[in-house]
Design a protein around this ligand. Structure first.
Ligand code: PHE
Length: 345
């Protein structure tokens, strides 16, 4: 600097910057040397009184000094905050190898444990999973399943009506009609897990809301042996190799013939006890060969195609597998109950 006064200010500022070690000090140095009332800035205001030649050089030097001071302060502040951050990070290192303190974690409701197991068993047999609406039309819940308006079978499946023709589905069977219509005559092998509703008074064995898994297979040359073999495989995987099944004649409007499927009682191995009311068997599901009318109404020629269907209550399977005494337990969310089914990690 040619101007010794400016040089003097610059030197003083540098000295102050060198010895400062906090952001606050830097800020006050900045305001001391560069604020409007500072020496440097009041020298700026005298520029107008100087000769043009002199003014240029003096002005340049003033600006240069101002820039130098503000630049070195900014650099120092940045350096300081980097250092502070590094120190903070070093101090706050977390030891992730430390064992954590105990915490409670949730687990699957036994309903879902069983539902997932059933689905896995059928996926293993090559079934796909289909889905369908819980709010159904009368058409799909009844008519397309061979249950016309005045059919007495409707009485067994009373439900919640949204309007005359719209209701909460009473079973997962309407999915049969949906899937057949979508498949447009091609072979089908699906299961469909889902919620179902009936107008029932809730007690230990009845619930106005429950869940089923529907199964449907349609192809050429499907016979009741396929149904029996499929269900036998399911029962043995779900309840153990020792379990046997028995098919009893039954009635559903949408299957012909229809069967009720029983499994040997786990409690007495089929000998007869109080659990199976002396019969040696416990009922688990309904099924049968898809009725020709149902095939026809949903786009399949019963002369060419045949199929089987079944519907199994998910809670029913869980109750039998775990020996649960009341269907309402699945929905009450009592943690003492739920806790028993938590899979060990
Ligand atoms: N939908 C029947 C029920 O809920 C069960 C079933 C499904 C029967 C498929 C036959 C075929 O009782």
């Amino acid at each position: 600097m040619k101007n010794s006064k400016i040089q003097g200010i610059l030197d003083k500022a540098k000295e102050a910057i060198e010895s400062a070690d906090s952001v606050e000090t830097f800020n006050s140095i900045k305001s001391f040397f560069l604020s409007r009332k500072s020496e440097l800035m009041s020298m700026m205001s005298t520029l107008g009184t100087l000769e043009p030649e002199e003014r240029k050089e003096f002005g340049q030097e003033l600006n240069q000094a101002k820039e130098e001071i503000s630049k070195s302060i900014d650099e120092k502040i940045e350096e300081l905050s980097k250092k502070e951050l590094a120190e903070k990070l070093a101090k706050e290192q977390i030891d992730i190898s430390l064992p954590s303190s105990n915490f409670t974690s949730g687990g699957k409701n036994p309903f879902h444990v069983i539902k997932d197991e059933i689905v896995d068993i059928f996926l293993g047999m090559g079934f796909d999973v289909a889905d369908g609406p819980e709010v159904e039309s009368d058409e799909y819940n009844f008519k397309l399943l061979n249950i016309p308006d005045d059919h007495p079978a409707r009485d067994m499946q009373d439900t919640f009506y949204i309007s005359d023709n719209v209701l909460l589905r009473t079973h997962t069977s309407p999915v049969q009609a949906h899937v057949m219509q979508q498949a447009e005559g091609k072979p089908i092998r699906i299961i469909c897990p889902g919620k179902t509703y009936r107008r029932d008074d809730d007690d230990a064995t009845h619930s106005h809301q429950f869940a089923q898994i529907e199964g449907l297979v349609i192809d050429k040359n499907i016979n009741i042996g396929h149904l029996k073999a499929t269900l036998e495989l399911f029962v043995k995987q779900m309840f153990g190799e020792k379990r046997e099944i028995r098919l009893r004649p039954s009635y559903f409007p949408f299957t012909e013939p229809s069967v009720e499927v029983d499994i040997t009682c786990a409690n007495c191995d089929g000998k007869g006890c109080s659990m199976c009311k002396g019969t040696g068997y416990i009922e688990i599901l309904g099924g049968g060969m898809v009725h020709p009318n149902v095939l026809k109404m949903n786009g399949y020629d019963p002369e060419v195609y045949s199929g089987f269907a079944f519907g199994v209550g998910i809670e029913r399977v869980a109750i039998l597998r775990y020996g649960i005494d009341d269907i309402r337990r699945f929905y009450q969310n009592d943690v003492r109950f739920l806790h028993q089914y938590r899979k060990k990690a």
